[in-house]
Each structure stands twice: as C-alpha cells, then as structure tokens.
Design a protein around this ligand. Structure first.
Ligand code: ZN
Length: 182
C-alpha cells in the first residue's frame, strides 16, 4: 500500500546529489517508491515530485495528474512516471514562469525554461517512451529533471527581485484571474 513520505527540504544534502539510474524497474521496492511518490505529491498538492525529495537518490520522478490548489492554472493531465529520463532536444525559445517547490516551502520565483522539450524515459513497466512536452508540462519536466541532478529552481533564477513569497504569489494569481473575468 502506498505510504506518504516525509519531504526533504533545502539544506538536506540528498537534494544536491546527482541521483543514480534505476537498474531494475520491476523491483518491488522501486514499484513501492513510485506508489509512495504519487501519493505524497497528491497529499502535498504538488504537480510533480522527484525521488530525492523523499530521500531516495534515484532517477525517478512523477508528474502529477490533477489540477492542484497550489497551481490553480495547471492543466489536468494523467500521471506520468518518469524513470532514467534524457532530454533529447529543446526549443531555442525560453520563457519565464512562476515556480515553487515542495522542498522549498513558502517561496515562488520566475524561472526561465525551454518552452518545448522532447524527452525519452522508461515508464513503470519498463517501456521506452519518447514524448514531447510543451509549456507548463515542459516546465514541470525540467524542474523535476533538475532535482535528479541536484539542482533546485532557485539556482536558475536570474534576479533575487524575481523571488516572492507564496502568499504574495497567491494574491497575484487571484488578481490576474479576476482581471480576466472582467
Ligand atoms: Zn521541486
């Protein structure tokens, strides 16, 4: 049965390590970890979570499936389990967008990311998947991919002026939503 795991926070060395490739995806411990990641992300209203965020230094992350209260504008998609990923190609076009992180509570920042990426990875059944990600999904993928390389979103922020608190971010989102409705 899936268990909710404790989320590591910035300062924990596991978040700064390059995670190891997964050798045996069918191993029950790996399958358990995947179930735990899905549950832990859902309970924390995250749009994704990487194994180092639950103290497992392995190249696995998930991209969560449902719209989240932390990201009210996130589109609904199915859950993806991403194992041993590679980014095959990226767009020249880079866009800044707001990001937060379950391991860095209370902060949001504007982070430049490739607008489009093509990735290759294994799913939890060891199938090789090649998939294109655009906009928000590409952003989440790049954020989680950074985690398995020991990088966090604050490392990519271009100016400390583009870091704000989650409370202020929520005001921004609420205000822009009401403007759209007017
Ligand atoms: Zn994160």
């Amino acid at each position: 049965m899936a268990q909710q795991r404790e989320i590591t926070e910035l300062g924990n060395p596991v978040l700064r390590q390059r995670a190891e490739s997964v050798e045996n995806i069918s191993n029950p411990k790996i399958q358990q970890l995947i179930d735990d990641l899905i549950l832990t992300a859902a309970e924390a209203s995250g749009v994704g979570i990487a194994a180092p965020q639950v103290s497992e230094s392995l190249r696995i992350f998930i991209i969560a499936g449902t719209a989240s209260s932390r990201y009210p504008d996130a589109p609904e998609t199915e859950v993806r389990v991403v194992i041993n990923p590679e980014i095959v190609s990226v767009s020249d076009e880079v866009e800044k967008g707001w990001e937060g992180c379950l391991s860095i509570p209370g902060l949001r920042a504007l982070v430049p990311r490739h607008k489009y990426i093509r990735a290759a990875y294994r799913d939890r059944n060891n199938n090789l998947v090649e998939e294109d990600f655009l906009d928000f999904a590409a952003r989440v993928f790049q954020h989680e991919y950074d985690h398995i390389n020991g990088v966090v979103f604050l490392d990519r922020v271009e100016s400390s002026l583009e870091i704000i608190t989650e409370n202020e971010y929520m005001k921004l989102v609420t205000e822009s939503d009401s403007e759209e409705e007017e």
